[in-house]
Each structure stands twice: as structure tokens, then as C-alpha cells.
Design a protein around this ligand. Structure first.
Ligand code: PGA
Length: 252
């Protein structure tokens, strides 16, 4: 009932020409995919080129971040209306790099989530604990706090497209992957918090992705677990054959 979602977060990599070259190589490799929702998150400057290149394919494209307001004097920011006008269908919200380097807080995540839902963008809200928090047994409380804060005031009747990505910060770009047991346990905590904050029907239909050093070799053992509904992939999504292999393995 929850459609698997496999997403590529390209962060600050790839010029428009490089992004189009990826897309041209990647599309034939996943042309037979009928089961996974595949979403590319290029940098803002590559969005138009990638949206043009995936035209009429099964691939979707989203922004890596957005402001919560429709417009205003916010130099450097991109609004939900601008993402929609380009043809974006999804948006990443609260990635740990945004929280760490760009002042993203639980409160701004909450504003952005409500705005994305209002604009019919599929929001992927990222949560996850730091290593010190895991080592001091605070993982559950951090995840509950982040999810509860993100969902504060969200109308359960309009929350349907919600996606959450569990990305333990210690696993991002480090080559350290959460074991399937660690990931499954975190996903259960997150789903329980969605039920507490919204309701159990929304919780049952919310897709929860795992992110953090996902590779072709570990995609299958993670994605076969019942509470893991897909993957948010950084480094290993930059190469078309590697990302296509992840899609295949995640669906195997
Ligand atoms: P990684 O990044 O796959 O390179 O660890 C994941 C992410 O930051 O979304």
C-alpha cells in the first residue's frame, strides 16, 4: 500500500550539462521500473534542464530546499510557487546539512512542511540523530522531538503526501550505514510519533525512507524491511549506473 520511493539528493554537485548527461544515461537503465517512485533532487540551477530531460518519463524532480513564503525580500531563497512553476513535484525539507550549515530549525521545518502541503508539493522531511545523541541513548527522544515539531499544527486530513526520511547524521557521507535493525527500530519510533501527532491512518500510509551511505550493496537488506519504504541517496546517486542499481536492488 505504500509505494516505494527512491530519491537522489545531488547536493551541490553537477552543472546543468552534467545533470542532463546523468539523466540521459539513467533513463534507459530504469525504463522498465513500474513499482518505485524515483525522484531526482538536483541543485536549483539544474532544475529546468533536468525537468526538460525527464519529460514524459516515470521520473519526478524536486527542490533540495525552499522558503515557506510565496514571495518576498529573501535574497537567495526559492519559493514553493517557483518550484511548482518549473515543474517540481517534491521538495526536501530539513536535511541535516541545512540544519547544520544554514540555520534550519525544527520551527522552520514546520513552516516549510505546512507550506509544501498547501502547495501540493510532496514533502520529504529529514530527521536523524547525531552520533553523540545515539551514544548517549537519546536517539528516540531526538526523533520524537523532530517529528513532533515538524508536524505541529499540520491538519491530518491534508497530510497524506507526507514522506519522512530517517537520516542518522553519523551515517551521512561517512560510509557508515545504519544496520537494518537500527534503521527499522528508528522507523518504528518515527511512525509511532506520526500516529501520536496526527493519527494512525496517516501513520500507516506515511512513507519513511532511510538515508545515510546507501549503496547498491546495502539497498536490498535495508529496503526489504517492512517499515522502510525506500531510500534517500546522496553520494551513490551521482553515478547513473550506481543509482539505477540501487533502484533495482531496493525493489528486489
Ligand atoms: P549519503 O547522503 O548517501 O552520501 O550518505 C545521504 C543524504 O545526505 O541524503
Amino acid at each position: 500500500m505504500r509505494k516505494p520511493l527512491i530519491a537522489a539528493n545531488w547536493k551541490m554537485y553537477k552543472t546543468p550539462a552534467e545533470a542532463v548527461a546523468f539523466t540521459e544515461a539513467f533513463l534507459p537503465l530504469t525504463a522498465s521500473n513500474r513499482h518505485a517512485e524515483i525522484v531526482l533532487f538536483p541543485s536549483a540551477t539544474s532544475l529546468p534542464a533536468v525537468i526538460d530531460a525527464i519529460h514524459s518519463s516515470h521520473i519526478r524532480v524536486g527542490g533540495q530546499d525552499m522558503h515557506w513564503l510565496d514571495e518576498g525580500a529573501y535574497t537567495g531563497a526559492t519559493s514553493p510557487i517557483m518550484l511548482k512553476a518549473l515543474g517540481c513535484t517534491h521538495v526536501l525539507i530539513g536535511h541535516s546539512e541545512r540544519r547544520q550549515y544554514f540555520g534550519e530549525t525544527d520551527e522552520t521545518v514546520n513552516r516549510k512542511l505546512k507550506s509544501a502541503l498547501a502547495h501540493h508539493l510532496v514533502p520529504i522531511v529529514c530527521v536523524g540523530e547525531h552520533l553523540a545523541e545515539r551514544e548517549s541513548s537519546h536517539t528516540a527522544s531526538v526523533l520524537k522531538r523532530q517529528v513532533a515539531a515538524a508536524l505541529l499544527g499540520v491538519d491530518p486530513n491534508h497530510a497524506a503526501p507526507l514522506v519522512i526520511a530517517y537520516e542518522p547524521v553519523w551515517a551521512i557521507g561517512t560510509g557508515l550505514t545504519a544496520t537494518p535493525e537500527i534503521a527499522e527500530e528508528a522507523h518504528k519510533i518515527i511512525r509511532a510519533q506520526v500516529a501520536a501527532s496526527l493519527n494512525s491512518i496517516v501513520a500507516a500510509s506515511t512513507r519513511i525512507l532511510y538515508g545515510g551511505s546507501v549503496k547498491p550493496e546495502n539497498a536490498s537488506s535495508l529496503c526489504r524491511l517492512s517499515d522502510i519504504d525506500g531510500a534517500l541517496v546522496g553520494g551513490a546517486s551521482l553515478d547513473p549506473s550506481s543509482f539505477a542499481q540501487i533502484v533495482h536492488n531496493a525493489m528486489a
